[in-house]
Design a protein around this ligand. Structure first.
Ligand SMILES: Nc1nc2c(ncn2[C@@H]2O[C@H](COP(=O)(O)OP(=O)(O)OP(=O)(O)O)[C@@H](O)[C@H]2O)c(=O)[nH]1
Ligand SMILES: [Mg+2]
Length: 426
């Protein structure tokens, strides 16, 4: 389904690897970071379906990896026999972690290994691993034994009870950090607070958005173009996935015994960049453009009706203005309901709900009119701005207000029919 870079059996493009080693490596997916909706089944149809795929990103972890794999197999074999897989994604570590991993596949049939070149980074490594995963549930765990392994079974238990996402958290009961300096604690919490300010609706959903230890249902993140940078794959999953039910399990972050941390200041910058990417992706730019086009059509309707009533039929000024404004408002509501917010309206069916939306739209636009007058006066009398420039400024601010408040109140996604929501999730 996905174009691969051509590694795998029979390939001779990797002169530094023996043919045997190449055969044990998984092909590296190329192109968009998009997870297929259905897991590819093992060619051997007699083998049981894989339920859980655990991605293990590695960079210079040769001492830790054999211990981790042995312990993971010891833990998962009794719990989910034959129905899990471990996927190591190594970024061509100079300490030859990839070769160690490939050699381990001989002893652990449930282990699969991918070695990337060119592309690098923890988050993308995890997603590349998930792209070739076969499980219905996708997980990630660090390779350096800092994530206590028994927590994996607790996360699995949460997934089995129907969670979309189960996160190992340092900030719930039973959670913590073992021996962190005050500076590191402050940095970690600072990053969390900053994230909460930029993306409250995303990071606020879990107590430990910085966690790199979690499980997610495949269909909650399948067929979505993921685009993370840096270390925090969880915020990508929360920010772009269709996550309804979140569960948390406490865990204590262990100290590293072997190898060294790869965290540098670069990761903090990448975290910031990642937050901004998600923020931008969540702004409904297309919807706002449609709203602005409808608003412009309303202006034309308003002017035309006003002209007809005032000059054509000789109606009084105020009455003409009020009626033309109300007709323009109805025009705007009609097109916004059908087009700008059509996807939401279709999921909130019935005349009763449509009337409610119309009423809210009317009231919000009326409040917008009041706001317009206030801003206009403030700009002209308070700041000495010219009347026409001030009018333009007021229109721009009120358009934003109208759009935002209507988005949050009139066409609220939360009022979507429950049965439609359920169907969509299937
Ligand atoms: N594939 C891949 N894995 C990475 C990369 N950077 C880190 N990792 C792995 O991701 C996991 C977490 O990285 P660490 O450097 O331990 O980060 P951390 O656990 O948040 O921080 P420490 O507590 O300082 O160790 C480990 O398994 C690393 O080997 C990378 O660029 N590519
Ligand atoms: Mg670590």
């Amino acid at each position: 389904m996905y174009p691969f870079s051509g590694e795998g059996c029979g390939e001779t493009r990797r002169p530094n690897l023996s043919p045997d080693e190449v055969c044990r490596l998984l092909p590296v997916p190329e192109g968009p970071l998009r997870i297929p909706p259905t897991a590819s089944r093992s060619p051997d149809l007699d083998r049981p379906e894989i339920l859980l795929s655990v991605a293990i990103p590695t960079f210079r972890e040769r001492q830790n990896l054999p211990i981790l794999i042995d312990r993971l197999v010891g833990l998962l074999d009794p719990a989910i026999p034959g129905q899990y897989e471990l996927i190591v994604v190594d970024d061509d570590s100079p300490d030859r972690t990839g070769e160690v991993a490939a050699a381990l596949t001989e002893f652990y049939p449930q282990l699969r290994v991918m070695r990337r070149r060119g592309e690098r980074g923890l988050s993308t490594a995890v997603i590349r691993g998930w792209q070739i995963a076969r499980g219905r549930v996708l997980a990630v765990i660090d390779a350096d034994l800092q994530h206590p392994l028994h927590t994996l079974l607790e996360l699995w238990a949460q997934m089995e009870t129907g969670a979309d996402l189960a996160v190992a958290s340092r900030h719930v009961e039973g959670g913590g950090v073992s021996d962190w300096s005050l500076a590191r604690r402050l940095l970690s919490r600072g990053a969390q607070v900053m994230g909460l300010m930029v993306l409250p609706g995303v990071l606020g959903r879990v107590s430990d958005p910085m966690s790199g230890y979690f499980m997610v249902r495949r269909d909650a993140i399948a067929q979505i173009n993921l685009n993370p940078v840096g270390y925090k794959v969880l915020i990508e999953v929360l920010g772009r996935g269709q996550i309804a039910t979140v569960r948390e399990v406490g865990y204590v972050f262990q100290e590293r015994q072997e190898g060294e941390s790869k965290v540098t200041w670069k990761q903090y910058w990448e975290y910031l960049e990642h937050l901004l990417r998600l923020r931008m992706a969540r702004w409904p730019v297309g919807r706002f453009l449609r709203f602005a086009i409808v608003g412009t059509s309303g202006l034309l309707v308003d002017m035309a009706i006003f002209y007809l009533l005032l000059d054509g039929w000789g109606w009084p000024l105020t009455l003409s203005a009020l009626l033309s404004a109300e007709i323009a408002l109805l025009n705007n509501f009609f097109w916004n309901d059908r087009w700008t917010f059509g996807d939401i309206s279709r999921r909130q069916s019935g005349w009763h709900r449509r009337f409610k939306r119309l009423l809210k739209f009317n009231l919000i636009c009326l409040a917008g009119l009041g706001l317009n007058v206030v801003i206009l006066n403030a700009l002209v009398w308070g700041l000495g701005v010219g009347a026409y420039l001030a009018k333009l400024g007021a229109i721009a601010i009120v358009t934003l207000w109208n759009f935002w408040v209507n988005l949050k109140l009139s066409w609220r996604v939360t009022e979507v029919d429950e049965d439609v929501r359920l169907n969509e999730r299937r």
